[in-house]
Design a protein around this ligand. Structure first.
Ligand code: IPE
Ligand code: IPE
Ligand code: MG
Length: 246
């Protein structure tokens, strides 16, 4: 297969990291072992994306719906999350990575939230890749929150309803400062969006890998990116229109 064209990378790559539990269960291990192994994959992929020069990487780490899992698993995931964030701040600083979180942070345990805030503060002046973790994130909840905040501005008289457009609506989302994803990867063979970035994915190229997240590797990432590079993004236009555009 042809080599990766580093000039034609997605500006924003989003990943639904799925399959940790199945990876573990297939090996007769506890699900949490799969999550631990998944954290190692996060390290590898974050570093590789930053090296490649990807500007924005967004990882779905914990959904609003994941609170419905057994208490023990939720607790273990929160502990792992805190440990990861605390351990990674130094590495993020070394790699010039800026840390960011989207989601309903109020629902996170206070100690996790403190670790999140510390990582955001300590990396805020970094100018390299923006690493966003989606935590307690649900896209429908995000859209409702945006609509409610917009409605409040309209009733306060600071926004004219006739002037609301896609751009101004986007500014009420958690992703206000982040461009829409160009490419979405979901691992583990599931072909669904699971309430991730519903608004932002409108024109994103989708890629589904059968590999479970703990086994997702640099090679798999490159394979996905080469696939992305073979696609023509038409945004509603015809192919001929795109060819004629210089
Ligand atoms: C993804 O792996 C991690 C989280 C959702 C937190 P899963 O835990 O969903 O793994 P499977 O899908 O059960 O294999
Ligand atoms: C989506 O995975 C959420 C994350 C990867 C954090 P799930 O495993 O929760 O998704 P469903 O429930 O199978 O759709
Ligand atoms: Mg899953």
């Amino acid at each position: 297969m042809h080599a990766l064209d580093t000039e034609k990378l997605p500006r924003h790559l989003a990943i639904i990291m799925d399959g940790n539990g199945r990876w573990a269960q297939e090996r007769m291990l506890k699900r949490i072992i799969g999550h631990q192994k998944g954290v190692e994959t996060v390290r590898v992929i974050v570093e590789e994306c930053s090296k490649l020069g990807i500007r924005y990487l967004t990882l779905f780490a914990f959904s609003a719906e994941n609170w419905l899992r057994p208490k023990t698993e939720v607790k273990a995931l929160m502990a792992l999350l805190k440990k990861y964030i605390k351990a990674e701040v130094a590495r993020m600083t070394a790699n010039n990575i800026r840390f960011n979180v989207i989601g309903n942070r109020d629902e996170l345990p206070p100690d996790v939230n403190d670790a999140v805030q510390e990582a955001i503060d300590r990396t805020e002046r970094n100018t390299g890749m923006v690493l966003t973790l989606a935590l307690s994130y649900g896209a429908r909840q995000e859209i409702i929150r945006a609509a409610a905040r917009l409605a409040a501005d309209i009733s306060a008289g600071t926004v004219n309803p006739g002037a609301v457009d896609e751009r101004s609506f986007s500014s009420y989302l958690f992703t206000a400062t982040i461009p829409d994803p160009d490419f979405l990867i979901r691992t583990s063979g599931e072909m669904r969006i699971s309430n991730f970035l519903l608004w932002q994915l409108a024109y994103t190229e989708l890629y589904f890998s059968n590999v479970n997240w703990p086994e997702f590797s640099r090679i798999e990432l490159h394979k996905a990116l080469r696939d992305y590079q073979s696609r023509e993004r038409r945004f509603g236009r015809t192919s001929a229109q795109l060819q004629n555009r210089s």
